[in-house]
Write a protein that binds this ligand. Structure first.
Ligand code: CAA
Length: 261
């Protein structure tokens, strides 16, 4: 696997089908500088293009998932520059990842760090994780989906509270509000995320992509449009070998052998 400056990237899981990304910029609490984001995007291209990978896990350190966009990099910037160059636009690459990605969050997930976690498909948190959108404290607002994804996940009142005060919430509260789906001991977090990734890898990679696309459509469509889209995708699974194999295996009381076709 390629050596990066700000990431450790590898493979893990029972059948080596899980891509594992560790944000590694310890001196800055994994602040998301441009170099780090470019390396992440390169890694996402690899994950999407490698058919032997079924799912991904992204994590940081025990102290910080990521403390946000790099404030020292942003500090001297002016409107003309950020507008002209569409600053942070490339952060969205992760939302076009077609395979599932699980964020395993220990420590701080602040600003862009919280936004990066919310762009993943699910978030698991260590007991000491802290989530926040503290941009207001430094005179700006969330710039990578925080004002849009957070209210969809935790509701208006909690999102407003977090975005307007800059206050952080802990893992339990994040779980109660639906931002996080599982809270575990910090040292067990990564294993727990890999275990879930492994479960996903047991299914047909083709159908997993369809399921992810269908759930994501629910955030972009009305209920009627979404249900219609789902029905079309459901019918499309009947055009695949893996749908036939899955149901045949059930009927024959054996394990399915999926082909990604
Ligand atoms: N950018 C750049 N450097 C950062 C950083 C960030 N977001 N967060 C932490 N660091 C650096 C610190 O500057 C410090 O470096 P030096 O030792 O060179 O001074 C190092 O990481 C350790 O940080 P602290 O000494 O501050 O550690 P702490 O434990 O006392 O505090 C913290 C931890 C509460 C997370 C604090 O570092 C903090 O508040 N960080 C900023 C959080 C923030 O505001 N994030 C939002 C950024 S804006 C954004 O993300 C925009 C967007 O929506 C995309």
């Amino acid at each position: 696997q390629k050596k990066f400056e700000y990431l450790k990237v590898g493979r893990c899981g029972e059948e080596n089908k899980v891509a594992f990304i560790e944000l590694y910029r310890p001196k800055a609490l994994n602040a998301l500088c441009n170099g780090l984001m470019l390396e992440l995007n390169e890694t996402f291209d690899w994950i999407d293009n490698d058919n032997t990978i079924g799912c991904a896990v992204i994590t940081g350190s025990e102290k910080a998932f990521a403390a946000g966009a790099d404030i020292k990099e942003m500090q001297p910037k002016h409107f003309s520059e950020v507008y002209r160059d569409n600053f942070l636009e490339h952060w969205n690459r992760i939302t076009r990842l077609r395979k599932p990605i699980i964020a395993a969050v220990n420590g701080f997930a602040l600003g862009g760090g919280c936004e990066l976690a919310m762009m993943c498909d699910m978030i698991y948190a260590g007991e000491k994780a802290q989530f926040g959108q503290p941009e207001i404290i430094i005179g700006t607002i969330p710039g990578s989906g925080g004002t849009q994804r957070l209210p969809r996940l935790v509701g208006k009142s909690k999102a407003m509270e977090m975005v307007l005060t800059g206050d952080r919430i802990g893992a339990e509260e994040a779980c109660k509000f639906g931002l996080v789906s599982k809270v575990v001991a910090p040292e067990k977090l990564v294993d727990e995320a890999i275990k879930t990734a492994d479960r996903i890898c047991q299914h047909s990679p083709l159908i997993v992509k369809m399921a992810k696309e269908a759930v994501n459509a629910s955030f972009e469509m009305t209920l009627a449009e979404g249900v219609h889209f789902e029905k079309r995708m459901f019918h499309q699974t009947f055009a695949t070998s893996d749908r036939r194999e899955g149901m045949t295996a059930f009927v024959e009381k054996r394990k399915p052998n999926f082909s990604n076709e």
